[in-house]
Design a protein. Sequence first.
Length: 320
Amino acid sequence: MIFPKIESGFNWDLVVGKGPEHLYTPSYYEVDMNDVQTRWDARTVTYPGAVQVTTFNPGQERALIYVTGWGVDATRNSAGKDVALIASANPDFRVEVIDSSVGLTPEDMMRLRVKGWSTFATRYLPAIEDIPVGIPVSGAHGHSLGALVALELAKSGALPNKPDVVTLHDMPKAQPDKNPWVFMFGVGILDNAVKYPANAEQEAIAQLTVGAPNEGPVTALKLAHEQWELVKHMAEQGIEVDLHFATARNFFTKFLLFHGAYNRGIPDVHTMRMVHALRKRNGYAKKNLSYYVGDSGHYFAGQSARMARLIHFAQEQAAA
């Protein structure tokens, strides 16, 4: 897939499903750094059931959840202000940011190994149960590992209501089974090494962040050692079944998958094949699931800006 050269933002082309054939992310939200800073300063952090949750826009009567990817800590300035972009781009929603891997314990890893993913994912339920009664969850969104968590919450019926929309970004597990070390090397090292032409959007986001994030090959290896069962799970094939049940259970919910064409550890071709296969055997998926491929990767600077804009687009589409 060839994308036009642009100076700022990212392009997304519809591959399968319904929706605009082309998205250009900056058209959905213009970054206001002062607004992002204000929302960042007003955030609250809680720990329901030992799950780290950062809340933005607490006065709103509808909520959306965003589950971070593996290794992201939204309380750090470097990651947190990026996440505050989601709140700034979606000011009409209470935004609950759930950190997918902060606070994981050896006991959690044992539960995953012995009882499987669905039981393991119940560790995130306190974060959902902590949302004030009467506030519906309009959208469930997640990146990478966070996409797997968001999908499980939708599939299991853990959300207080059927959401209007679910967006899943750069999601693992669509590829044929991999050696976990090969998977970790691709996602943790090759994806970090991808170079992208200078992009004004990335430069704007850099001005928001304070302090270098704790990432790179050494951190990837350290996390892999500490959370080996999680890495093995992410390297396995299996989201087609989860998507099948999630779309059937939430038959009025729009499901949007976004995958960067420059992912190295999770190639978009595998996700594309999985989506085509799912839509052939599942009428709900054929009706409600769309798949976009964009000129992004797994860890590009400015990722949270494009995430914020795509979530804004998705919520807007769901409300139409």
